[in-house]
Write a protein that binds this ligand. Structure first.
Ligand code: AOF
Ligand code: ZN
Length: 379
């Protein structure tokens, strides 16, 4: 005969609640960093959803505390679903494990561990020691992806790197002179501005600045104001560039090498730029040292916007975590010279010892372009 397996029912309800918690967590994107995005759902002993919450901003209450406050007395004897192991340390707020015990929760379902040294398994242990039922790893893959930039910062000491580029259908990275200066559609550019508004930094090479004179700000502004970063080993950045002229409004970090003259450095500093000198000898070491410094500043997300040589270095050094590629349905031609611009794929990929394994996470068609967002998978 045909009857429902009650365990199957429980499993799918648990999964639905955890998916909801993951969805809630994502609302904190751009506001919580360098903290992780976390979401929580409280289900009463009767099986009703009685509270929801997420970590809304850095320094604010944690997801569990928000969800438990919403549930009030209805949490007694209930279940808490949370996307990250509850904390058990006194940080900017008291331990979530205490709040969970005080609310009378009986069962806690956790999607992923917290790699932060003050927690790292101790949150789970504290709840078990208090006699609660604790289950782990439900929707773990989603929760790990959700907190991947946080985990990169905690475990590797560097920000998550997002590489972005736009090309024509024939692989040209920039329009030939005289053409419409935009490659991608207005909708594609709006997606990039949204991204710019939630990252900690937006990085380009000096070549891109000299060619395009970009502003690199988010328009409209997002939840955070990214620092604009220029890789400029000899400090060639023009004082009348848009970047330098707006340096007092939007922070600008100029990364120079030992060959940069102190006069140029002084002029950039006087114009409101921060100049960071990196002395390592190889390109790879310099990039590693820069990312390490940015990690010390607790940067969680860095957007790399080009040009081709900078993208190539990041890929070659294995420092790209996520790729945003826009392809416009336009053919520029000119690959044989005569105004032709560099080929993105042609320059970036074939020089790699091994092409990075990409996992496509999203495909869209903003304004008629093709947008592919993918993740670089590592062993
Ligand atoms: C949780 N629930 O919603 C979050 C957690 O700076 P604080 O005091 O807010 O603490 C931040 C640390 O707490 C962070 O590094 C991470 O380990 C954890 N974040 N934990 O139980 C939450 N956001
Ligand atoms: Zn907490």
């Amino acid at each position: 005969e045909n009857h429902l397996d009650p365990r199957q029912l429980t499993l799918s309800f648990d999964t639905a609640c955890m998916r909801r918690a993951v969805e809630l967590a994502r609302r904190g994107e751009g506001c919580v960093e360098p903290n992780p995005m976390v979401g929580a759902v409280v289900v009463s002993a009767h099986g009703d959803i009685v509270g929801e919450g997420f970590h809304e901003r850095f320094g604010g209450p944690h997801a569990e505390v928000v969800a438990l406050a919403a549930a009030g007395k209805a949490a007694l004897g209930g279940t808490l679903y949370v996307t990250l192991e509850p904390c058990c340390h006194h940080g900017k707020t008291p331990p979530c494990t205490d709040a969970i015990l005080a609310a009378g929760i009986r069962r806690v379902v956790i999607a992923a561990d917290d790699p932060f040294h003050a927690v790292a398994g101790r949150g789970i242990a504290a709840l078990r020691a208090a006699g609660l039922t604790v289950e782990t790893s439900l929707c773990e893959e989603d929760a790990l992806r959700l907190t991947a930039p946080f985990r990169m910062l905690i475990t590797q000491g560097r920000p998550w790197v997002i590489a972005k580029w736009a090309t024509s259908l024939d692989g040209m990275l920039a329009a030939p002179p005289g053409e419409d200066r935009w490659i991608s559609s207005a909708e594609s550019r709006a997606l990039v501005h949204e991204l710019r508004g939630r990252v900690d930094g937006i990085l380009v090479g000096i070549g891109t600045v000299l060619a395009d004179d970009p502003l690199l700000s988010a328009r409209p502004e997002g939840p955070r104001r990214a620092v604009r970063v220029v890789l400029d080993s000899t400090a060639r950045l023009p004082l009348d560039s848009k970047l330098v002229r707006t340096a007092r409004e939007w922070p600008l970090l100029v990364v120079v090498g030992p060959a940069a003259s102190s006069t140029r450095i002084g002029a950039l500093e006087a114009a409101g730029c921060e100049v960071l000198e990196i002395r390592e000898s190889t390109e790879g070491q310099r990039l590693g040292a820069l990312l390490h410094t940015l990690g010390e500043r607790r940067w969680t997300n860095l957007l790399v916007e080009g040009g081709a040589a900078v993208l190539e270095t990041f890929f070659t050094e294995g420092l790209v975590d996520e790729a945003w590629a826009f392809t416009a349905a336009k053919v520029f031609g000119g690959g044989g010279g005569g105004g032709g611009a560099p080929r993105a794929a042609g320059i970036v990929l074939p020089k790699l010892p091994e092409p990075p394994p990409l996992l496509v996470e999203e495909v869209r068609h903003p304004g008629g372009d093709l947008f592919v967002r993918s993740l670089v998978r590592r062993a």
